[in-house]
Design a protein around this ligand. Sequence first.
Ligand code: ASP
Length: 623
Amino acid sequence: MSEQTTAAGSAAAVAPPPGGMAGAAALAAGMAPAAAGLRTDFCGRLRIADVGRVVSVCGWVARRREHGEHLAFLDLRDYTGILQCVVDGAHDLRAEYVVRVTGTLRRRPEGTTNPSLETGEVELHECTVEVLNAADPPPFSLDSRVETDEIVRLRYRYVDLRSERMQKNLRTRATVTSALRQAMEGNGFLEVETPLLWTPTPEGSREFAIPSRLQHGSFYVLPQSPQIAKQLSMVGGIDRYYQIARCLRDEDLRADRQFEFTQLDLEASFVTEHEVQAFVEDAVARAIAAVTGERPAPALRLSWAEALERYGVDKPDVRFGMELVDLKSVFAETAFNAFRSDAVRALCFPGGAALGRARLDALVERAKGLGAKGLVWMRVVPGDGGGLALDSPVVKFLSDVEQTGLLTALDASLGDLILAVADERRRACEVLGQLRIDLGRPPVYEGPWRLCWVVDFPLFDGVDDEGRPQAAHHPFTMPRPEDLDRLVSDPLSVRAQSYDLVLNGWELGSGSIRIHRREIQEQVFAGLGITREEAESRFGFLLGAFRYGAPPHGGFAVGIDRLVAILAGEENIREVIAFPKTQSGADPMTGAPKPLTPAHLAELGLRVAPTAGPNAPGGARRG
Ligand code: ASP
């Protein structure tokens, strides 16, 4: 420990300070100093109005600049920002040392203010510096201008968390969860904690299993969501439930996925889907307002079918146009073979006529990669007599009427690029939907904040290899009453009472009105190929609960990591999670996952198969 004093008595002027060695001794003994604590102020909050005050601040040494033999400038950092301290001889103070500085705040001398710092007009002088803890040189620079490899950041996450970016992101996260809680509680929702040691549920994700020590060969499952527990809480009369819930899914990781993630989970009884949506929208809008200061406009509402028709996706980014246009009627009688197809859809990319041949060829390849047979591009160029014309290798196959009809249908202007796909309807829409995003989409976190409800999803999403329908959302979703009678005869045409919320083209979450009647739940299980015995053994407790007075109910879950990432201006949710895993599911800081000791395995009644997994002899550990 080193201690330097420049102005005798300055520390004593802080009332009442944990004076000098007495404070240090208390710290060394692991005791909290009495009364005022170690600091009077936070570094980043001091301003001109505080000039003349004697203050104590604590934090980490961000930078030290020597000025001759004895004088040094110390940038002290805490979570609120940086304060410049003028100290005498700071030779043994190094980056990331933990110090307490006591001094008098003064206005910086003429010409030395720093407009890029909030505290740039003031500095602390006549300083006493106490080293509260020395530190090894940091493993990487915390200067935001220096890029550091993410694995290194994650290995030393506790250092990384000191960076301005991570401080801001985690505080944004807390602002969001706090606003969500306030909104839910304001709407009469009760926070209920549901178990982490749970039982398998059929929500479609691979689940993490936890071996039981007391019942060898039996396993708990970590919840992929509190879905069934929250439904049971409705049977239990909770009426309005919410939870900031951790969900665990053993799925391959991507930028917007982690094994464990957090959602605002909610469920309410005796509600319509509109009411659930209103609760969710209010909570999300309040969270957005809490971070950005602006409440977003009311959400747009589209049916799933309309979203596909107009935007080619079920999570449309409605911040920009370039909507898909149906050209079937324009080309109803066409002689152009390529357009005599099930569907012809097009979009107009403003200004896109400037794209060179290589970019256009790349777009054609992209469309083919997405499954289209081809892509027709047409540049909108000046025509004879001041009108518009099309420039494209296919234009010679199109009649004048078709060309005019096309330009009118797309409301095209000079310099635009028209892209058309003729294919089976859904494929034509989806390919163009992706091209629309590729070409026109602003970064997700760029305002304006545009929420969009997508409703009326199909109940089933295609069939599996054995011809069994697959649940599009999860199998607890209530079909639309008017479609119920087609559940067995034509399951793929049945619409669900389910809905997604989309923010700037990112799916924020989904929900539904649930099945609360046993016979409908049994029919849906049967439709999904879940036998009566299997349903009974896996969800007997849920079906059983439906016998005892289950109210009609519905709910939703909002992905908090995604919401925070968008609001924090981050593309990757790892940046808004304090201790995330890498893309391969590893934690470089703790080394998890790790093998268990033989004794621990024996206690759990487990034996590791010799060839399985990356920890097998000769297998590579994932980093
Ligand atoms: N359990 C669903 C999910 O986690 C959300 C819901 O339907 O409430 O996606």
